[in-house]
Design a protein around this ligand. Structure first.
Ligand SMILES: Nc1nc2c(ncn2[C@@H]2O[C@H](COP(=O)(O)OP(=O)(O)OP(=O)(O)O)[C@@H](O)[C@H]2O)c(=O)[nH]1
Ligand SMILES: [Mg+2]
Length: 312
């Protein structure tokens, strides 16, 4: 294999800013699940983008926040630990979130304003990493007026010496060309790390569990999405059919009742939605069986976190 621009780029930021949407958009493949709820991503997921002149290995990470439970500590650690392993850091912020903390009367140069605390917390880790860093100002499609970007840019320019600041809409795939153009010169030149047709380091088994978890995130509320984990018990590929048996662990009996739903209606809805996505992913028919089990307080127990792959 010849030499090209090739390197590792971590995507970090507080929860819900659009890191996973950005990764999927850059790859043109869905490797990371996305939901409107914060703390959706729990693991590091590599997404590899190869073209004629470069191979960029992106790492999607869990949102960095102040963790209270053992699961959250593991998630934050998974994100922070990538900073030491990469060539470049992409810090993602949400433009509409920034505007909430910039006073409408503020001068257009952003002076006298400060970075929202949740982003400032992430920025501290980025600073410590002392790597070239690019700021992605995401969700620009939500701004009523593009001029609103100016005070955000000024504010962040003063906060850290970013190599560049790139407004994007991960949802609409806007700003990607500019972003890629900024990233390529920041990675070393060398041999590729992956074959051209590989776009993630994660197995179909992992992606299947995540797909089911995504549907659960969309269909459950309050503490339930944060109290469940999906474990694949059987993943059997046959010629034109894949059989998947998955176990949904929840922490309490009340949660189990909600996930199953009246007469099994909720579980059926989750199964139908997940199966459609899995058939797209695998490319043929999927037989999906879901079961729900109570694993008390799994999210606070290290042995359980290890079993589910959230801790080494
Ligand atoms: N309008 C708009 N919504 C976006 C954009 N990017 C992401 N979203 C939405 O923001 C929500 C969160 O997106 P994710 O990609 O899951 O965010 P994340 O940063 O990976 O979140 P965590 O994994 O929880 O840290 C979802 O509802 C996305 O559809 C964007 O550019 N514009
Ligand atoms: Mg995510």
């Amino acid at each position: 294999m010849g030499n090209q621009a090739t390197g590792f780029i971590t995507i970090v930021g507080r929860p819900n800013v659009g890191k996973s949407t950005l990764l999927n958009g850059l790859l043109g493949e869905k490797v990371a699940i996305v939901s409107p709820k914060p703390q959706t991503t729990r693991d590091r997921i590599r997404g590899i983008r190869t073209d004629a002149t470069s191979q960029l290995v992106f790492i999607d990470t869990p949102g960095i926040h102040k963790p209270l439970k053992a699961l959250n500590r593991a998630m934050v650690e998974a994100a922070v630990s990538t900073l030491a392993e990469v060539d470049v850091v992409v810090l993602v912020i949400s433009a509409p979130e920034q505007l909430k903390s910039i006073s409408p009367d503020a001068p257009a140069d952003g002076s006298g304003q400060s970075v929202p605390p949740a982003d400032a917390h992430v920025l501290e880790f980025v600073r410590e990493a002392a790597k070239p860093a690019v700021l992605v100002i995401n969700k620009t499609d939500k701004l009523s007026d593009k001029r609103l970007l100016l005070p955000i840019m000024e504010l962040w320019q003063r906060a850290h010496p970013f190599t560049s600041l790139v407004p994007c809409s991960a949802l609409l795939k806007e700003g990607f060309e500019r972003l890629l153009g900024e990233l390529v010169p920041l990675v070393p030149v060398g041999p590729k790390h992956y074959d051209d047709d590989i776009y993630t380091d994660r197995s179909l088994r992992f992606l299947a569990a995540e797909t089911i978890r995504e549907k659960l995130f969309f269909n459950t509320e309050q503490e339930i999405p944060y109290s469940l984990v999906v474990e694949i018990e059987r993943f059997e590929r046959r010629r034109a059919l894949t059989v998947i048996e998955a176990l949904i662990h929840v922490e309490r009996p009340g949660q189990k009742a909600v996930v199953i739903g009246k007469g099994g209606a909720m579980l059926k809805r989750i199964g139908t939605a997940a199966r459609a996505d899995l058939e797209d992913l695998i490319g043929h028919q999927v037989l999906l069986n879901l079961h729900v089990r109570i694993e008390r307080n799994w999210s606070t127990r290290k042995t359980m976190l290890r079993r589910f792959g959230y801790l080494e």
